[in-house]
Design a protein around this ligand. Structure first.
Ligand code: GDP
Length: 300
C-alpha cells in the first residue's frame, strides 16, 4: 500500500536499530520514541494523536513488561504494534443491522471524498450478501450527483431512489424520508442515503445533513474522508462529528500515495472506528478495515 510507504520505512528502520541491542537504557527508549514521533509528524498525523501515541509507547517501553522481557527490543516492537492498533480504533467493526428492517445508513463527508462511489461499493457488497439495498440520491446540490448515483446503482445492480427529474432543486430531507417509506413498502432491508458535500465544511451543508439525520434516524452514519486530506483531517472530522455525530469512518483513496496522516488520526481524534477502506475507483475496490492488519502492514 503506497499510502504508508514512507511511514512504514521510517518505523521499521527505527525499530530495526533497536534489535541489535540487549537491555535497553532509558536513552535508547527516548531516542526511539523521538524517531517515532518524527516519523508520525512527517506522515501528517495530527499532533494530539502523535503526542498520545508517543507517551503511551514511552511509558510502556520504560516499564516492567520490557524490563522483564527476554528480548526487550522485540517487546518494544510489539508495544508499537499494539499502540498502532489502538489508535487505529482497536477492534474491527462492521455495520450493525437494525433488528427491525430497514437498516438505514447515511453517508456524509466533503464533496469529492468518495461518498457516491462508496454508496455503490457498499450496495454491491450488501447485495452480494443477500441484502436488498436501496440507494437514495439525497445529494441535490451538485447537478450531476443524482445521475452519478444512478450510474453507480446500475453498475452495482441495485435500485436507486431519486427525485423526479425536472422537479427543480427539491428537498433532500423529503427525498430521504420518502425513500425510507418506499423501502419499507418494497421490502428493501437496507437504505443507503447519499448526501451533499461541499469543498469545505459549511453551515448550510451541515444543517442539511443534520436535518436528514434527524428525519431518518439512521442506524449508521458513515463519515467518508479522503486519506489525502492531510492536516485538514482534524478540523473536518471535528466539524462532521459535531454536525452529524457519525457512528463510523470510511477512509477513501487508500490506494493513493498520500502520507496517511488522516488515516492514522481520525479514529483516535473522534473516538469512532474506521469501518471500511476504499482502495480505488472500481466498485470492488473496497474492504473491511482491520486495525490489526493495517498496523502489521505498516510495521512489516
Ligand atoms: P463524493 O463527492 O463524495 O460523492 O465523491 P465521489 O464518489 O464522486 O468521488 C470523487 C472522485 O474520487 C471520483 O472521481 C471517484 O472515482 C474517486 N474515488 C472515490 N473513491 C476512490 C478511491 O478509493 N480511490 C480512488 N483512487 N479514487 C476514488
Amino acid at each position: 500500500m503506497a499510502i504508508f510507504g514512507n511511514l512504514s520505512d521510517r518505523l521499521t528502520q527505527t525499530l530495526a536499530g533497536l534489535r541489535s541491542k540487549g537491555k535497553l537504557t532509558p536513552a535508547d527508549v527516548d531516542g526511539t520514541v523521538r524517531e517515532i514521533r518524527r516519523a508520525l509528524l512527517e506522515a501528517d498525523v495530527a499532533l494530539p494523536v502523535v503526542k498520545d501515541f508517543a507517551a503511551h509507547v514511552r511509558e510502556r517501553a520504560l516499564g516492567d513488561e520490557v524490563n522483564r522481557a527476554l528480548n526487550p527490543a522485540q517487546q518494544v516492537v510489539q508495544i508499537v504494534n499494539e499502540e498502532l492498533v489502538r489508535i487505529l480504533g482497536g477492534d474491527t467493526r462492521q455495520i450493525e443491522f437494525a433488528k427491525q428492517p430497514p437498516t438505514i445508513i447515511m453517508l456524509a463527508g466533503l464533496q469529492g471524498a468518495g461518498k457516491t462511489t462508496l454508496a455503490g461499493k457498499l450496495a454491491k457488497r450488501l447485495a452480494g450478501e443477500k441484502h436488498t439495498p436501496l440507494l437514495v440520491a439525497a445529494d441535490l446540490q451538485r447537478p450531476n450527483a443524482v445521475t452519478q448515483l444512478q450510474v453507480v446503482g446500475q453498475q452495482a445492480g441495485v435500485q436507486v431512489y431519486a427525485p423526479e427529474p425536472g422537479n427543480g432543486v427539491g428537498d433532500p430531507v423529503r427525498v430521504a424520508t420518502d425513500a425510507v417509506r418506499f423501502a419499507k413498502d418494497k421490502l428493501h432491508d437496507v437504505v443507503i442515503i447519499d448526501t451533499a458535500g461541499r469543498l469545505g465544511v459549511d453551515q448550510e451543508l451541515m444543517k442539511q445533513a443534520a436535518d436528514i439525520r434527524r428525519a431518518t434516524n439512521p442506524d449508521e452514519v458513515l463519515f467518508v474522508i479522503d486519506a489525502m486530506i492531510g492536516q485538514d483531517a482534524v478540523a473536518t472530522a471535528n466539524a462532521f462529528q459535531e454536525g452529524v455525530d457519525f457512528t463510523g469512518v470510511v477512509l477513501s483513496k487508500l490506494d493513493g500515495d498520500a502520507r496517511g496522516g488522516a488515516a492514522l488520526s481520525v479514529a483516535q481524534l473522534t473516538g469512532r472506528p474506521i469501518m471500511y477502506a476504499s482502495t480505488g475507483e472500481g466498485l470492488d475496490d473496497f474492504e473491511v478495515f482491520h486495525p490489526d492488519r493495517m498496523a502489521k502492514r505498516i510495521l512489516d
